[in-house]
Design a protein around this ligand. Sequence first.
Ligand SMILES: *[C@@H]1O[C@H](CO)[C@@H](O)[C@H](O)[C@H]1NC(C)=O
Ligand SMILES: *[C@@H]1O[C@H](CO)[C@@H](O)[C@H](O)[C@H]1NC(C)=O
Ligand SMILES: *[C@@H]1O[C@H](CO)[C@@H](O)[C@H](O)[C@H]1NC(C)=O
Ligand SMILES: *[C@@H]1O[C@H](CO)[C@@H](O)[C@H](O)[C@H]1NC(C)=O
Ligand SMILES: *[C@@H]1O[C@H](CO)[C@@H](O)[C@H](O)[C@H]1NC(C)=O
Ligand SMILES: *[C@@H]1O[C@H](CO)[C@@H](O)[C@H](O)[C@H]1NC(C)=O
Length: 447
Amino acid sequence: MSKILNYLCHLVLNSLCAQCQEHEVFVAHGSVAVLPCIDETSAVLKTVWRREKSGLEFRPVRDPPRANCPVPNFGKADYSLHIAEATIEDEGKYICEVEGKIRMAKVINLRVVRASFSPAVVVEGLITEATCHVSPGTQSVQMNWKRNGKLTRTTSLSNVSEKDGGDWTCQVAYTGGVVEATTSLQVKGIVTPQDNSSVVYAAVGSSVSLPCIFTDGLIPYTVMWNRTSTTSYSPLPLPASFHESAGPSASATIQRVEDGDEGMYACSGMMKGLNGESNKVQRRMELVVARVLRSSSSGGDRPVTLTCHLSNSSQITSYEWLRVNYGPNDTQTVTSVQRTKSFRMQEVNEKDAGELVCRYYGKHGVLGNATYELHVMGSENSSSGNKTAMVMGLGFFFLAIFVVLFQMYRNYRRKQMILLYPAMETIVHQAATEREQRERKNDFSKL
Ligand SMILES: *[C@@H]1O[C@H](CO)[C@@H](O)[C@H](O)[C@H]1NC(C)=O
Ligand SMILES: *[C@@H]1O[C@H](CO)[C@@H](O)[C@H](O)[C@H]1NC(C)=O
Ligand SMILES: *[C@@H]1O[C@H](CO)[C@@H](O)[C@H](O)[C@H]1NC(C)=O
Ligand SMILES: *[C@@H]1O[C@H](CO)[C@@H](O)[C@H](O)[C@H]1NC(C)=O
Ligand SMILES: *[C@@H]1O[C@H](CO)[C@@H](O)[C@H](O)[C@H]1NC(C)=O
Ligand SMILES: *[C@@H]1O[C@H](CO)[C@@H](O)[C@H](O)[C@H]1NC(C)=O
């Protein structure tokens, strides 16, 4: 019975829509779909929305909370159907039937556009694919992907990187408009640094942190730090004061940077992908060591040249020399003296003594600084080598004096002994002479 009814309804609708044209409504997945149904005659007795998918089906106007017909506005008989958070399941044909002076029926094909990634959460280095789904309809559409506002052709990512994370938009153009559906890709791996081109600057004697921060909740089962030379990639030992930090971050610290610690540092973590596959994520960063070099001239008031030296200065755009003065209560006053790589002073006076700082800049501002302690003339001019010589010289001098004094003391003691026992010397002498004579006699008797 109902089957026959269905069939009859079909016939009626089909005949009705022989004149009426089928409308297509495009909507992005998750947004509000508005299916228009406006009665121009506005003397309505009864309206009903039906949905046709496989056969004919009634759709109560107020029942599902997501679909409703808002109150007709401005006297117009507007029976448009609003569907909140439209999903793929909502797509298909809808029929609006209005019974007024004349019977009217509108057929609307709801087409939902949905963008997605599979998988939507991926460990960097692995594979993911973007899909833009549009339900089939009568008109063909043009589909494009946009990334950060720019069109992109890559939708199949075979080596996901941290940079791929974020929103991706699928744009569907049809006759009558454009619909955009957005999806987001979550990349897990090393968040900081983002790529392999980061450079860390540190002055000799300072402490520096080498960042290696994993995505929240992503725990690698091993973390390893390696160091290579910047030019040859040959392995180098890690500095003596290199420490890996404990806890969720794999960042490392060099407690006291020394000349020669520069190079490429690599942090790598082994982790499980979503399907259990083992995957290694790695970041390389360059450590550039900065220090102040002083010209070798050693005279008291001869010119002194301080040079700001960096192990790799390819990203340095300018230098600045600053003088730092300390006031009461540890107040610091910094004055700029010169804007050059090398700082030349004609003579070094007592007033020049103190802290000099070389600050170096890159394209985006200050990159770091290196401090030099300029001493007052006297102490500054005696280099450590001279000091050693001086200490040794003084040592010899005191040793010589000691030897002389000791000898004098011994002579003095001997004189005292002779004075105390005047006969002693004669006795000793006599005994020695007698022994000699005895020995001589023995020698003659042997012959
Ligand atoms: C993946 O991309 C990174 C750069 O993002 C590159 O260094 C690496 O060699 C690539 N790996 C493969 C297997 O292509
Ligand atoms: C960094 O370089 C390593 C190889 O040294 C590579 O495996 C990794 O994918 C690179 N990462 C990025 C983000 O370029
Ligand atoms: C890093 O160094 C360790 C030894 O300290 C070595 O076993 C490992 O192969 C190195 N890894 C890389 C990527 O060079
Ligand atoms: C210096 O750094 C640049 C990148 O900043 C790099 O391309 C170059 O190889 C480095 N040179 C040396 C000698 O380390
Ligand atoms: C130094 O600190 C003390 C106490 O904090 C304050 O009374 C005094 O004024 C400060 N002196 C200068 C020169 O700022
Ligand atoms: C030098 O750099 C250190 C660390 O970045 C900073 O604390 C200090 O204030 C800087 N000194 C000058 C004079 O800029």
